[in-house]
Each structure stands twice: as C-alpha cells, then as structure tokens.
Design a protein. Sequence first.
Length: 124
Amino acid sequence: MPVSFEDICDKYPGKVSELAFSLRSFLFKHLPDIAEYIDNAANLAGYGYGSGYKDTLVSMIFSKKGLKLGFYKGATLPDPAKLLKGTGKVHKYVEFMSVDDISNPMFLKLLKEALKTYRDRNTK
C-alpha cells in the first residue's frame, strides 16, 4: 500500500508532524515546481525535479525529536552560517527543532543556493 506524507507524519509526535507540514509548505513556496516523492521503505519525503536520485534536491528525514533536511551534494554548498551538519563527504543536512528554524533567512539562502547548484549541474 502506498504511503503518503500524512501517513509518515502520523508515525511521529505532534510537534514533529506540525514541523514537517510547516517545512513542506516552505519548500513548496520557495522551490518552483518542486515535486514530492515518498519513499515507503525509508519513511522519508524527497523533493526534486525528477524521480531519480540525481534529480533530488532535498530529503525530509523524520525522527522522534525533530526533522532533518538532507541536501543532495550538500558538502559542495557554501554555508557561511554553518547550518549544514554531518560528517559525510557528499551529503549534509540541516536540523529543525522548531518552526523558528525554518524561518531563518540563512536557511532560505542555503535552499536557494542548492536550487542554483542543481540548475547549474543540469544545464551543462
């Protein structure tokens, strides 16, 4: 049976679910024509411009305490505010513990840089 975004959210505490819906709305607002892809096995939501992994821009990763937004090739993004976490050599993520984290202007700047990098990578 296919899993929806709502089905994934229902598995987590109300605070995490509310945060997920807020982050999702933010992504749809600031990433033109972005599509949502639900990964049934991993219980995560991917956002991108095609169904392939290389077309993924970000992935929402749920936990009992909050959310992470994983950035495809995040290690290559400029991050002067040091929002990106993780030890991976390719992928990095931003942690969200409250709605205030979503409204951080430096997060929006990082998201726009990820979109620009994606477009540059796919227009060559």
